[in-house]
Design a protein around this ligand. Structure first.
Ligand code: AMP
Length: 182
């Protein structure tokens, strides 16, 4: 990894994602993006790669999903001249919230957003690090659409294509920079 002098292709960028077997539990092949975030060239290449298709789309807000989604979504918003909105786990946001519970493979989870975060017809993209089954992103989309706002796209650094999360998000479009089929 240290030998990579310049990041000028998606293939090279993929080398900065580290595989951690059986994390956080047995059977999960965790995609660790921390080496990519820590490398200034790789991080810049990734953000530039994601942002391009939105530059002329008048995006008002990037809704970032806790917690790694904050790291991806905030620089996207800055580049787009858009605002950052946080979707968080229960009890983290200080003001009144709308919340939504959704099923995970085992058990369930809840996401929250401030109840005044968006307005009808706001143009929004959502951002997270990894699209896996799509359950988390779908919950975020449902929260956003509860305001009458429009989800233009869902942006991810990486997509685990074998889990078919993009199908779950249809008809919303998925913009993922790196695709993993393992
Ligand atoms: P999902 O709801 O299944 O799409 O899961 C999405 C969330 O879980 C994302 O916020 C990811 O950060 C995280 N996640 C799920 N599976 C993985 C994985 N194999 N590697 C890294 N992150 C994952």
């Amino acid at each position: 990894m240290e030998n990579l002098k310049a990041i000028n292709s998606i293939g090279k960028l993929k080398d900065f994602v580290r595989e951690i077997k059986d994390f956080p539990k047995k059977g999960i092949n965790f995609k660790d993006i921390t080496p990519l975030l820590a490398d200034p060239k790789a991080f810049a290449f990734a953000i530039d790669g994601l942002v391009n298709r939105y530059l002329s789309q008048k995006i008002g807000y990037v809704v970032c999903i806790e917690a790694r989604g904050f790291v991806i979504g905030a620089p996207l918003a800055y580049r787009l001249g858009a605002g950052v909105i946080m979707v968080r786990k229960p009890g983290k946001l200080p003001y009144e919230c709308s919340s939504l519970s959704y099923d995970l493979e085992y058990g369930s989870a809840t996401l929250e957003i401030h109840k005044d975060a968006l307005k009808k017809d706001d143009r929004v993209i959502i951002a997270d690090d990894v699209l896996a089954t799509g359950g988390t992103a779908l919950a975020a989309i449902n929260l956003i659409e509860g305001f009458g706002a429009k989800v233009i796209d869902a942006a991810f650094l990486a997509e685990l294509s074998f889990l078919n999360g993009a199908d779950k998000l249809k008809p919303h479009k998925v913009n993922s920079l790196l695709k993993f089929d393992y």
